[in-house]
Write a protein that binds this ligand. Structure first.
Ligand SMILES: Cc1cc2nc3c(=O)[nH]c(=O)nc-3n(C[C@H](O)[C@H](O)[C@H](O)COP(=O)(O)O)c2cc1C
Length: 206
């Protein structure tokens, strides 16, 4: 599919048919994710695909349990509704035929070796290059999903239960979870969210 068309067709899909995602397609999406740019070409990532329905359900339960443990302001109906909404947007992946989890580990840069700052201070100064790379890889997955005839949605909501999900997925330090992408055949297409006009977001400095 032409790139422009793929970019324009992509939208977050949160509702899927029961049709499985071909394992070869999942692998191809991850192969393309791995072509994304990274600092020093470090590629400090791994991608875990989950297609087992009961495991996806258990992972969603982990997120729900974590959300219900948080000290939330539940003193009015509006806030309860908001929490239900957050819960749904963080757990709808349980009904997706597949999920890809992006896992990364810290990458020691030349700056780490040459200045007297901690790794955390350096990545903060450099505007989190690891997360920037993760975004590039994730976008490759989203676009590849469209290209291969699927729909997908990026999820950071479940990361509220990051520690618990890491345990569940056997992700061990220094690796850590970054985000999920839910993938499947779209069960219809929602109304396309409006996007800002080019004149609102573009500045040209000549
Ligand atoms: C970093 C990031 C995290 C996101 N996390 C979630 C999420 O947890 N749950 C969800 O339903 N959508 C999530 N989304 C999808 C956004 O809600 C979606 O991209 C936005 O509403 C625009 O819609 P579009 O993707 O159809 O253009 C996330 C998107 C990004 C970029």
């Amino acid at each position: 599919m032409e790139l422009k068309h793929t970019i324009e067709k992509r939208m977050s899909i949160r509702s899927f048919t029961n049709e499985a995602v071909d394992e070869s397609d999942l692998k191809e999406m991850v192969r393309r994710a791995g072509l994304a740019p990274t600092l020093n070409n470090s590629q400090p990532w791994k991608f875990i695909a989950v297609t087992n329905k009961s495991k996806l359900k258990e992972m969603a339960e982990v997120v729900i349990a974590k959300l219900s443990d948080l000290p939330l302001k539940l003193d009015d109906i509006g806030q309860k509704k908001l929490l239900t909404k957050i819960e749904w947007y963080s757990t709808f992946f349980e009904n997706a035929p597949s999920l890809i989890a992006l896992v990364m580990k810290p990458h020691e840069t030349d700056l780490d070796k040459s200045v007297n700052l901690t790794h955390d201070e350096i990545i903060q100064l450099r505007n989190y290059p690891d997360l920037q790379s993760a975004g590039a890889a994730t976008q490759n997955i989203l676009l590849s999903a469209v290209d291969l005839g699927y729909g997908a949605c990026w999820l950071s909501g479940p990361m509220i239960a990051k520690e618990e999900l890491q345990k569940y997925l056997k992700v061990e330090s220094p690796w850590h979870l970054i985000s999920f992408v839910a993938i499947g055949k779209p069960f219809g297409y929602p109304k396309r969210p409006s996007k800002k006009n080019i004149d609102e977001i573009f500045t040209l400095i000549r």
